[in-house]
Write a protein that binds this ligand. Structure first.
Ligand SMILES: [Zn+2]
Length: 222
C-alpha cells in the first residue's frame, strides 16, 4: 500500500482537531501533533527534549531544526503507511525545510489539507464556549446549558477559558493570517493543496476529507 503523507492547515477553531482524530482512525496514519511531540520528548528527557527545554527555559522558541528532527524520528518510527502532521509547518521557511528533510528520507508530501473558516465564524465558535471545573463543555449558542452559566451535570459555574476570550482569538487569528496563511499559496503552487469548508457540520467536512484522501491514495497507487 502506498503512503499518505499529509499536512493539516487551517485557522484555530475551524475544526482541524476533530478532522485529525477521524482521519487517524480512517486511514491508520501516524498522528504527529507538534505540541504533543515536544511534551513527550521533554517528559522522556530525550536528547532532543533536553535541548528543546534549554531554549524554552531561556524564553526562546524551539528552533525549527529541532522540531523537524522530532518529526522525522516519529515518521521513521510509526509512519510506514504515512503520517498526519498537525501544527507544523507554520511558516514558509519551515515548509521548505520540512520538504528538504523528507526528501532525504525518500519521502514526499501527498497533500496539504486546509480546513478553512472566516474570522467571524471562528470568533463566534470559540468565544461562545463555556466550561465547568469538571471539564463539561457548552456553547452559548449551539449547545447552551439549561440555566445560563450553570453546568447541567454538576451545577457548577461555567466560565470562559482565557484561550477563548475574543482578544486572544483575534491575536491568534492575526498570527495565523500573517505567518501561516502564506502556506496556503505555497502548497497551492506545489499543487498539493486541498480545501475544505470548515463552516459546514463536522460530519459533512469529514465525509469530504475522507473521500478526498481515499482518492489521493488511489491516484498514488495507479
Ligand atoms: Zn460540569
Amino acid at each position: 500500500m502506498s503512503e499518505l503523507n499529509l499536512i493539516l492547515l487551517g485557522p484555530p477553531g475551524a475544526g482541524k482537531g476533530t478532522q485529525a482524530a477521524r482521519l487517524r482512525e480512517d486511514f491508520g496514519l501516524a498522528y504527529i501533533g507538534t505540541g504533543d511531540l515536544l511534551r513527550e520528548h521533554r517528559q522522556k528527557q530525550t536528547e532532543l527534549g533536553v535541548k528543546a527545554q534549554e531554549y524554552m527555559d531561556a524564553g526562546d522558541l524551539v528552533p525549527d531544526d529541532l522540531v523537524i528532527a522530532m518529526i522525522l524520528d516519529k515518521v521513521e518510527e510509526d509512519g510506514d503507511d504515512g503520517f498526519l502532521l498537525d501544527g507544523f509547518p507554520r511558516t514558509v521557511g519551515q515548509a521548505d525545510a520540512l520538504t528538504e528533510e523528507l526528501d532525504k528520507l525518500g519521502r514526499r508530501l501527498t497533500a496539504a489539507l486546509l480546513v478553512d473558516a472566516p474570522d467571524e465564524v471562528v470568533l463566534n465558535r470559540l468565544s461562545g464556549r463555556r466550561q465547568c471545573s469538571n471539564g463539561h463543555l457548552y456553547h452559548v449558542e449551539f449547545d447552551p446549558p439549561k440555566h445560563p452559566d450553570v453546568c447541567d451535570q454538576d451545577g457548577s459555574r461555567l466560565v470562559q477559558r482565557d484561550d477563548d476570550k475574543p482578544e486572544t482569538i483575534r491575536n491568534r487569528l492575526a498570527v495565523y493570517h500573517d505567518q501561516t496563511e502564506p502556506l496556503v499559496e505555497y502548497y497551492e503552487n506545489h499543487d498539493l493543496l486541498r480545501r475544505f469548508d470548515g463552516t459546514r457540520r463536522p460530519t459533512e467536512v469529514h465525509d469530504h476529507v475522507r473521500a478526498t484522501v481515499a482518492t489521493l491514495r488511489l491516484e498514488d497507487e495507479l
